[in-house]
Design a protein around this ligand. Structure first.
Ligand code: AMP
Ligand code: ZN
Ligand code: FE
Ligand code: FE
Length: 308
């Protein structure tokens, strides 16, 4: 049984439509897939809802079990400096508190995109427009569809692609300090949720939480903060992520054991935006069943088997 608990589609900043990601999961021999779009849930946004329905249909055809989830933009404080971190919330139910918090982050993703474009234009002239960024985000989602699918969750990858298409830099260079890297010339922060608050909200909504890629530069979470999160109810650490090397993985696995946390894996598939394939990193079946049992205990959602 091959289980990948981290992936993205055109609902957020992946380049494959959700039904394509699911069919591709089957082609890659993956039996269980969590779709974890950034800061959105099917019940929060019409485009995400349409995407989820399309992925359910594809899951039936391709015999894939789907785990509902979200990758939440979070932060922690490092001596007065706000640091970004990503938290995977899986199998949580619809709820007012989460709606408000995720809604704020989603809204700020749009306004910060406008600000980033405005800053580039102020500095360099009319080299890019917001319409071009929106076109990048919509293009993959809508190709050969009769009905519009709605606006994707906007992210820096969309702007990076638009900059590359306009010949201003390469896609990779766009994430450097000259452009959109954190601390970069045109980088604008978006709203985010304190890690401990996000852990609590997902738990209260019946779900489980996993700290995503905590050894990655830019999303690094130190051991002291992980220990605090474990006390606050965190369930797992995504030690097995393409951005982590063997040393990261063993250090995080050791820490998880000490803190009583589960160790998960996921590919963080983004289609053409990243090199990894679905299933390139996996979660052990025992860990997966523990997470499913935790969500069931908390009154959360169950994974959707292909028969339903
Ligand atoms: P945002 O959430 O809009 O701030 O954009 C963050 C997204 O950009 C993440 O999901 C990453 O997948 C992607 N990203 C961040 N840094 C890099 C990088 N150095 N190279 C490629 N993609 C990146
Ligand atoms: Zn992403
Ligand atoms: Fe992430
Ligand atoms: Fe991700």
């Amino acid at each position: 049984m091959r289980i990948d608990l981290h992936s993205h589609s055109t609902v957020s900043d992946g380049t494959d439509r959700p039904e394509v990601v699911v069919a591709y999961a089957r082609a890659c021999g993956v039996d269980v897939l969590a779709l974890t779009e950034h800061d959105v849930a099917a019940w929060l946004d019409p485009a995400a809802e349409r995407g989820w329905r399309a992925s359910l249909e594809a899951a039936r055809t391709n015999q894939v079990t789907l785990v509902p989830g979200t990758e939440i933009s979070c932060h922690w404080w490092d001596r007065g400096v706000r640091r970004s971190a990503h938290l995977l919330g899986l199998m949580f139910r619809e709820g007012e508190a989460l709606r408000e918090v995720l809604g704020t982050v989603l809204h700020s993703r749009s306004t910060r995109m406008e600000t980033m474009v405005r800053r580039i234009v102020a500095d360099r002239g009319e080299v890019i427009t917001l319409a071009e960024v929106m076109a990048v985000a919509r293009k993959a989602a809508e190709s050969d569809r009769a009905e519009p699918v709605g606006d994707p969750v906007l992210g820096r990858p969309h702007l990076a692609k638009a900059l590359a298409e306009n010949g201003l830099c390469t896609y990779e260079e766009a994430f450097g300090d000259a452009w959109l890297g954190s601390g970069g010339r045109y980088y604008v922060r978006k709203a985010s949720v304190p890690l401990e608050e996000a852990v609590g909200l997902v738990r209260e909504s019946g779900g489980v939480t996993v700290l995503a890629h905590p050894a990655r530069r830019g999303y690094l979470v130190p051991e002291s903060v992980i220990r605090r999160l474990a006390d606050a109810g965190l369930d797992g650490i995504e030690a097995n992520h393409p951005w982590h090397d063997d040393a990261d993985r063993s250090r995080l696995t050791q820490l998880a054991q000490e803190c009583g946390l589960l160790v998960t894996g996921g590919s963080d598939y983004h289609g053409a935006f990243k090199a990894e394939d679905v299933g390139d990193r996996l979660t052990h079946p025992e860990v997966y069943f523990s997470l499913v049992a935790l969500a069931a205990d908390r009154g959360g959602l169950a994974p959707v088997p292909p028969g339903e």
